[in-house]
Structures are given as structure tokens and as C-alpha cells.
Design a protein around this ligand. Structure first.
Ligand code: HSE
Length: 406
């Protein structure tokens, strides 16, 4: 009998316990082992919970229980999750986590400890919620050199943008519903300002290119400045706005890693990914483009990925699985201003002013456009060059959104 402990009984942790017991028989069959949850760590009280007898507030009850071989970490945040996970790995327990902040910040170190101790540190749920992506990248696509990854990696912001685009719902109302549905982080700033997607692109980049990318190395811009006017102008040009995480391998052993709202053609495979759904497009040299799609947030979809990791840990108690990457480096992530993009710009100026600086651009219009406002799309160029040209245009910039041809 393998004992399992769950640290954190919030949305995801309680989902893990629910899925584990809902499909207990088949889960044990797939793991080839008998398994029970022995402890649930949470500082809160859960009176009347069917698993009340398992609750503890003391982490040492888990750490000192030698029969606990697998620990689920669904607490979120770096502290105290980092300390607890490190101690579990050092004491020879495998860990399955949904905590992208933890993996994006300390994944390199925790994977190294797992390797030394011959245990598993798995985190399928940390990117794309229930979407299988960790194993596809590291196993199924292993024959490829991965070139680029583009992803809609945050369910909350995708839900908000979809509501703004399809139903003209205000940003604030859409955010409130996303919180009610359990999609948003405890502090939704991490969703709307892009930090959550940033953590996920760090993990994807490390998985694809073998070196850790730290969140502070990623240029990150959220969706709070997107207006219904931007949505309408983009729609007039056959485009939709999505929050896109991107990582790309460069020829000099560097990578681009960015998160920002981007205007995509409505024909893009990512353009129709709506609501809480996430999608990850991986471009490999042999396979071309492959897209992974599914529910990127929410209780049971995320729990589904965590429990799959638990099964994998149980199957591989005596041997480590495949995942590892090396520590990051200071100059590994290239300045995003060196990337080549077209730009959508909305500003208070005249078309003549714009053309004087940029030459020929594509001007946009829509029914309710404000007087004295001009919206246009430039040709693709290095962002650094775009900035220099834009600074020559007399007028006030209201919005700038990168246009991605994916
Ligand atoms: N807040 C996250 C999201 C949860 O909205 O995608 C899943 O990581």
C-alpha cells in the first residue's frame, strides 16, 4: 500500500482528492499498486468534509511518515511550498505539483534534487491545466528540434477577452465571473497582468530547450490596457486579440521568451480558442505545427493532470522519469525588442502624420471610431526599429498591440 499526502486543500487539492476517490479502482489498476490518501495538510478547517479524519496542520506529519511515498503539492505560491517540496524530495518522497510559480522559480533546483534522490518531481498540471503537454514535449516530440512554442496559457484572461470580443461584457464583470468559476489565481493580478502565463512559458521554454528561464527574464504584458475599441478595430481587420506566451530558439543558443496580448488572424489555429480553454502550439522541425487544446484551468481538469502524475510516480517508485533541464543563465533570453513583429497602433494623430513616419501602412476603421483617432497596422520589423519610427509621429499613443502571423 502506497500512502499519499496532499498539501493544500483549495480548488485543485480538493479536486485531486475527489478525482482520486471517484476513480479509485481504475487509478490503482493503472498504477499497478494499492494507494490511499493518508494526510491532507491545510491550515483551514473543513467541518463535515468526508475526509476530515485525514486533516493535519503540521507538515511534519507528512515529512516524518516514512510510508508516504508520494506528495501532492497544490498549495500554490512559492512559500512555504518551496521549503516543503524540497524537504519531501530530500527525504526520498516523489512530488506531483500543479504549482507553476514554484516550478518556474525553482524547477531547476528541485529537478536536480529529485535526480540525486532518485525520485520523481512531476508537474503536468502546471501548464495548461488538464492539457497533456509535459509528456508530449519531452517524449512524443523527442525526435524533433523544437523551434517555437506559442500558447494561450491563462484561462482567466482568455475567458475575459472572449467575453469582451463576443458579448461586449466589461473587463470587470468578466473577471468577477472568472473568479466565481474558480479559474483565477488567489490574487487575480497574476492572471490579468500576465504573471501566470509568464510562469507557464518559463516551464515550456525549459522543457523544449533544456535550460531554465526565470520569470524575471520574460518580457510580460497583461491585458488590462485592452479596450473594446481595440477589439473592434482588430475585428475590422479580421483579427482577434489573445494573450500569447511565446518562446523561440535562436541560432546563437539564446531564446526569445515573452508574454503579451497579440492580434492574430481569425484563421489562426489559436484564434478560436475561447473561454477558459488553453492551447499550446508547438513547432518542431519534423512535425511542423502541433496544437494541444483543452481546459486550462478549473478544479477537475487540473486535478486530472495531477492525479495522472501521481499514477506515474507510483509506477516509477524505483526509477526516475525523464524530466530535467539545466540552470538558467543571465544572457540566455534575448531582448524582446530584437524580435520582428508587425504592430497595431491606435493613436490621436492624423493619417498624414503616420505616413510621414512609417510610409505605407494599413489603416483601420469601425463604426463607432472616435474622431481624431487613427488606427493602423505596420509592416513587420524589429521592435526596436518600430519604436524609433513611432517616436517620429506627432500625437498621443493610445494602444500598441503586436500582430503575430501564426
Ligand atoms: N489562474 C490560472 C488560469 C489557473 O486562469 O489559467 C490555471 O493555471
Amino acid at each position: 500500500m502506497i500512502k499519499i499526502a496532499v498539501m493544500g486543500y483549495g480548488v485543485v487539492g480538493s479536486g485531486v482528492v475527489e478525482v482520486f476517490y471517484k476513480n479509485h479502482e481504475s487509478i490503482q489498476k493503472k498504477a499497478g499498486k494499492q494507494m490511499e490518501i493518508a494526510h491532507i495538510l491545510d491550515l483551514r478547517e473543513f467541518p463535515g468534509d468526508p475526509h476530515e479524519a485525514l486533516f493535519t496542520k503540521d507538515f511534519n506529519d507528512i515529512l516524518n511518515d516514512d510510508e508516504v511515498k508520494i506528495v501532492v503539492e497544490t498549495m500554490g505560491g512559492v512559500n512555504p511550498a518551496y521549503d516543503f517540496v524540497k524537504k519531501c524530495l530530500l527525504s526520498g518522497k516523489s512530488v506531483a505539483t500543479s504549482n507553476k510559480e514554484l516550478v518556474a522559480t525553482h524547477g531547476d533546483e528541485l529537478l536536480e534534487i529529485a535526480k540525486e534522490k532518485n525520485v520523481n518531481f512531476l508537474f503536468e498540471a502546471s501548464v495548461g491545466g488538464g492539457i497533456p503537454i509535459l509528456r508530449p514535449i519531452t517524449q512524443c516530440l523527442a525526435a524533433n528540434e523544437i523551434e517555437e512554442i506559442y500558447g494561450i496559457l491563462n484561462g482567466t484572461t482568455n475567458y475575459i477577452l472572449t467575453q469582451m470580443i463576443n458579448s461586449s461584457v466589461s473587463f470587470e464583470d468578466a473577471l468577477k465571473t472568472a473568479q466565481k468559476l474558480g479559474y483565477a489565481e488567489k490574487d487575480p493580478t497574476a492572471d490579468i497582468e500576465g504573471a501566470d502565463a509568464c510562469r507557464k512559458i518559463c516551464i515550456l521554454s525549459a522543457l523544449a530547450f533544456g535550460k531554465h528561464v526565470y520569470p524575471e527574464q520574460v518580457y510580460t504584458e497583461g491585458i488590462t490596457k485592452i479596450t473594446l475599441a481595440d477589439v473592434a478595430y482588430c475585428e475590422s481587420a479580421g483579427m482577434v486579440i489573445k494573450l500569447i506566451g511565446k518562446t523561440a530558439k535562436l541560432s546563437d543558443n539564446k531564446v526569445f521568451a515573452t508574454v503579451y496580448p497579440a492580434a492574430l488572424s481569425s484563421h489562426s489555429q489559436l484564434a478560436t480558442v475561447d473561454d477558459v480553454y488553453n492551447a499550446v502550439m508547438v513547432r518542431g522541425d519534423a512535425i511542423g505545427d502541433v496544437v494541444f487544446y483543452g481546459r486550462g484551468a478549473g478544479k477537475l481538469p487540473t486535478a486530472s493532470a495531477v492525479v495522472a502524475d501521481v499514477i506515474d510516480c507510483a509506477k516509477h517508485l524505483a526509477s526516475r522519469k525523464y524530466v530535467s533541464w539545466s540552470k538558467g543563465e543571465k544572457d540566455y533570453v534575448e531582448d524582446y525588442k530584437q524580435d520582428t513583429v508587425a504592430m497595431y497602433v491606435r493613436m490621436k494623430t492624423t493619417q498624414e502624420e503616420v505616413e510621414k513616419a512609417f510610409g505605407k501602412v494599413k489603416f483601420l476603421s469601425y463604426e463607432k471610431a472616435e474622431n481624431g483617432e487613427v488606427a493602423f497596422i505596420t509592416d513587420a520589423m524589429k521592435e526596436k526599429a518600430f519604436d524609433s519610427i513611432l517616436s517620429l509621429v506627432n500625437g498621443e499613443v493610445l494602444s500598441k498591440i503586436r500582430v503575430l502571423d501564426i
